[in-house]
Design a binder for this molecule. Structure first.
Ligand code: KIV
Ligand code: ZN
Length: 529
């Protein structure tokens, strides 16, 4: 259980891997989730909501792995008020040094009547039984009345009182559909504190969605009304318009601390890197003008502004880019740098590589350094993130050939290593060289995947910048993303495509296995809250 001594300390509950992962098209495998969780620990969040274990064997496995490996934050798993959910959540987090079970049931009449098709009395009974059940496993239990903001205040107060009576230690009141305005959300908490004095003995939490673009403002209003935990996601990803964005909340509290008097335990210098990692692994780009982490968040276009900043930075900047870790380009390696220098540079970036993974990273580094004059910290970060994921059993792009000309359709041939270790070859003529490579990969693997999105970004500026590509594809109803990094856009695209394909094939296999074991317990049968 976390309840800091300092009454002004705000707990950061990160739900990137649970609510964030519910964003359409995001499907992270266990290793990717683990990488994000490790970075969240480095960032210094207090709680990681690692997943919703009952929804799929993959989600269960990822939560279990995070609980086993990640040090520092509380590791939390979500469960409905169903014994099986709670037991599965516990099974997944029990190895964590500090495990938490998060129990949720809707309390708005709209949800009770239409979604749950039950009664208020039943919701009260389910809350009592579920929280008591969760407390048998751990003394850190969070309870959320879903659609709390649209719930009748007196009834929600009754439910929350029952949850506290049964031992819930955190009460989180979500604005599930992003309907609140800041004043109303704050007023809801003021009323709840009046109705349930026992709220003063537990941690009270905010959880806001961004349907009207108010998630951060609403979260802040809740904190001003006395809440001391905020649930948020990196880059604001999540259901529909997303969750409150972690980096914005943290930087509001940090930048305006003299006014707000609230603080967090986050190491703000890790923010930019966390944002890049999440964007890379989820395939969700960060808009250029996004507060705090957007490419232009610290850029000054107008001459007057540039002049002002050169004379005195604070004329037009309320935050220093270095505070959020945007000065990360200080590490520079070249083609003569050796294994030791690489290892040292990676260690400064927080990657402790040795043995085979260091060898693989070194090989990729040399390939890149031969083509690029200097390899920067941003390049290394992109490279290592790209490289570490090769360890998962997956398809791998071994080689490719493309014939491209403006006079005839491009033709590609690819060699792909299958998860079983054999090389398969495929050829195809496409509309463009990238299209030809993607279709040739389909031909080689026998997969009829459809491309949904393809994006190319440069990791840094300059003509020899590394290209970073992101692919979203669909295979048999499974929509998955993959990323690739290379100095060659075609190679980066091919790598991203086979990754996305591997993720989709893995998900399809897991769904088929789950169906074979328990036809009645399909992931789809469990509506995500
Ligand atoms: O938005 C919501 O209500 C949720 C709950 C599980 C807290 O995500
Ligand atoms: Zn939510």
């Amino acid at each position: 259980m976390v309840k800091p001594e300092d009454p002004n300390r705000v707990l950061i509950f990160d739900t990137t891997l649970r609510d964030g992962e519910q964003s359409p098209g995001i499907s992270l495998n266990t290793q990717e989730k683990l990488e994000i969780a490790q970075q969240l620990a480095r960032l210094g969040v207090d709680v990681i909501e690692a997943g919703f274990p009952i929804t799929s064997p993959g989600d269960f496995e990822a939560v279990q792995e995070i609980a086993r490996v990640v040090d520092g934050p509380v590791i939390c798993a979500l469960a409905r008020t169903v014994a099986g959910d709670i037991e599965r959540a516990w099974e997944a987090v029990s190895n964590a040094a500090r495990p938490r079970i998060h129990v949720v049931i809707a309390t708005s009449d709209l949800h009770i009547q239409h979604k749950l098709q039950t009664t208020r009395e039943d919701v009260l009974g389910q809350t009592r039984a579920a929280v008591a059940h969760a407390r048998r496993f751990t003394d850190d239990v969070e309870f959320s009345p879903e659609d709390g903001f649209r719930s009748d205040r007196e009834f929600m107060a009754e439910v929350v009182s029952v949850a506290i009576e049964e031992g819930a230690t955190t009460i989180n009141v979500p604005d599930t559909v992003g309907y609140a305005t800041p004043e109303e959300y704050a007023a809801m908490f003021t009323r709840l504190y009046e109705l349930v004095p026992a709220l003063n003995d537990v941690t009270v939490s905010v959880h806001c969605h961004d349907d009207l673009g108010l998630a951060v403002a609403n979260s802040l209003a809740g904190l001003r009304a006395g809440c001391r935990q905020v649930e948020c996601a990196v880059n604001g990803i999540g259901e529909r318009a997303g969750n409150a964005s972690l980096e914005e909340i943290v930087m509001v509290l940090h930048t305006r601390e003299p006014y707000l008097g609230l603080s967090t335990g986050v190491d703000t210098k890790e923010i930019a890197r966390t944002s890049r990692l999440v964007s890379r692994l989820t395939g969700y780009p960060v808009q250029p003008n996004k507060a705090v982490v957007g490419r232009n968040a610290f850029a000054h276009e107008s001459g007057i502004h540039q002049d002002g900043v050169l004379k005195e930075r604070t004329t037009y900047e309320i935050m220093d880019a270095t505070t959020v870790g945007l000065d990360a380009n200080s590490i520079i390696l070249g083609k003569h740098s050796g294994r030791h220098a690489l290892r040292q540079a990676l260690s400064e970036l927080g990657f402790e590589l040795s043995g085979q993974s260091l060898n693989t990273a070194f090989k990729r580094f040399k390939e890149i350094a031969d083509k690029k004059k200097v390899v920067t910290a941003m390049d290394l970060e992109a490279l290592v993130t790209d490289e570490l994921r090769e360890e998962v059993e997956a398809y791998q792009l071994e080689w490719f050939e493309v014939e491209a000309s403006s006079r005839r359709p491009p033709h590609a041939t690819v060699g792909v290593r299958t998860p079983e270790g054999t090389e398969v070859v495929g050829s195809f003529t496409g509309d463009g060289p990238v299209d030809a490579i993607f279709r040739a990969i389909n031909a080689a693997t026998g997969c009829d995947a459809r491309l949904r999105e393809f994006r190319v970004d440069a990791v840094t500026g300059g003509q020899d910048a590394l290209g970073e590509t992101s692919v979203v594809l669909e295979l048999g109803g499974f929509v998955c993303a993959g990323q690739g990094v290379s100095t060659d856009i075609l190679e980066a695209g091919g790598r991203a495509y086979v990754r996305a394909l591997s993720n989709a094939v893995r998900r399809r296999t897991m769904a088929a296995e789950a169906e074979a074991v328990a036809p009645e317990a399909q992931p789809d049968a469990i509506p995500a809250p």
